[in-house]
Write a protein that binds this ligand. Structure first.
Ligand SMILES: [Cu+2]
Length: 390
């Protein structure tokens, strides 16, 4: 496994065995000592010719006129196998980018590292939620020594957490402020994807609306071809839909897992590597965009709290075997709550493109590691700490 990166998390003390146990009897002081070693700056092939072809295709696509669409049901050519702007997507299909471009993404040294707030925002009392996301390409620091050439919704990985109720109306507008086509695919929606989820050219906007039919934890993501590249470069987020009868009051958190496949930094910014995405051997994993961020700054609740995690897996490829060390899930909702509940669960897989709801009663004070129990992935950053305070 010569390709394994050298910046994996170490879960054990010197001489320990990372594979034989959860190694989680360690107090938080030990866990806090877990660190990501500096990345080994291996050399990768530049793949410059493929990238140049890709950029040329994007430049051509900018000359294609596209009206801003503000209707809910625009017409679709009956013969189309692709999105309506198939010239663009076809071009992208035949000119796979080898990496996200860093040509317009520089100055990574000035980008600060911030903790992504995992708290589920309150649901609005309004029955219509208006969302206006901007797709943008930007440098983003995902750990102290790593700035990535991110493709984003609203400038962050993941995009904003959205919280609505079943049956509410979601009115969504996507404006593309990037340099290549982007789009939006809501897993909470039931719409003709060739219409609502079609690509939006740079400088253009698209509006559509829908009513979530089911409650649950849902992924949203860019669906522009190649989807692997767009999700893999950061274009995803979580949408939580409450059931008509709200679940019990709880401390609610959203965790979106994703994988990072990175190339060598250029001007201090690491591009995403499409060929590594195809090889499906990630460099890093994260909950909410920063590997192991909740080790350094844990999630905190009080003894007696009901804790609810909305775990959404953006992938783009690997599952998330969600587990909390020293706890059991009293309830896991596999689909729309409350009907799909199972009880007394130690670990459950959230597939790429899926979302599930995990509940535990925090009746024991302490420091509880939550982790992707596929430990090769947990050690690469899909890990954090839940502190239950007295
Ligand atoms: Cu995109």
């Amino acid at each position: 496994m010569a390709d394994l990166p050298e910046h994996s998390l170490s879960l054990v003390r010197s001489g320990g065995d990372a594979t034989s146990t959860d190694a989680n009897a360690e107090p938080l002081s030990e866990l806090a000592a877990i660190s990501l070693r500096p990345r080994n700056r291996r050399r990768f092939l530049a793949e410059a010719s493929a990238l140049a072809t890709f950029l040329a295709a994007c430049t051509r696509s900018k000359t294609v006129s596209q009206k801003s669409d503000t209707t809910n049901a625009p017409a679709v050519p009956a013969h189309s196998n692709l999105n309506p702007d198939s010239r663009t997507d076809t071009a992208l299909r035949h000119a796979m980018p080898a990496s996200s471009s860093t040509a317009a993404i520089t100055g990574g040294g000035n980008v600060g590292l911030h903790r992504f707030d995992p708290v589920l925002p309150p649901v609005s009392s309004a029955r219509t939620t208006q969302l206006h996301f901007t797709a943008k390409e930007t440098p983003l620091r995902v750990r102290e020594d790593t700035v990535v050439a991110a493709w984003t919704f609203e400038g962050d990985i993941p995009g904003p957490i959205v919280h609505v109720r079943q049956g509410d109306t979601v009115e969504f507008t996507l404006t593309n402020a990037g340099s290549i086509p982007h789009s939006m695919d809501f897993h909470a929606a039931q719409l003709n994807p060739k219409v609502a989820f079609r690509s939006v050219l740079p400088g253009q906007s698209l509006t559509f609306s829908y009513k979530p039919r089911y409650s649950g934890a849902f992924l949203y993501h860019c669906g522009t071809a190649p989807v692997l590249m767009h999700i893999g470069s950061g274009m995803f987020g979580a949408l939580v839909v409450d059931p008509p009868t709200p679940l019990r009051r709880a401390k609610e958190f959203v965790l979106v897992q994703n994988e990072f496949y990175l190339g060598p930094p250029q001007n201090g910014v690491a591009p995403f590597d499409y060929n590594k995405m195809l090889a499906t051997l990630p460099d890093l994993f994260a909950f909410n965009g920063r590997p192991a961020q909740y080790l350094a700054a844990p999630i905190r609740v009080k003894r007696g709290d009901l804790v609810r995690f909305y775990v959404v897996n953006a992938g783009p490829t690997h599952p998330c075997a969600f587990h909390v060390v020293g706890e059991q899930f009293d309830t896991v909702y596999l689909g729309a709550p409350p009907a799909s509940a199972i009880h007394g669960v130690q670990t459950f897989d959230v597939p790429a493109g899926g979302g599930m709801i995990f509940e535990l009663q925090a009746d024991v004070p302490g420091e509880f590691v939550f982790v992707n129990h596929a430990f090769g992935h947990g050690q690469k950053g899909a890990i954090g700490v839940l502190v239950v305070e007295e």
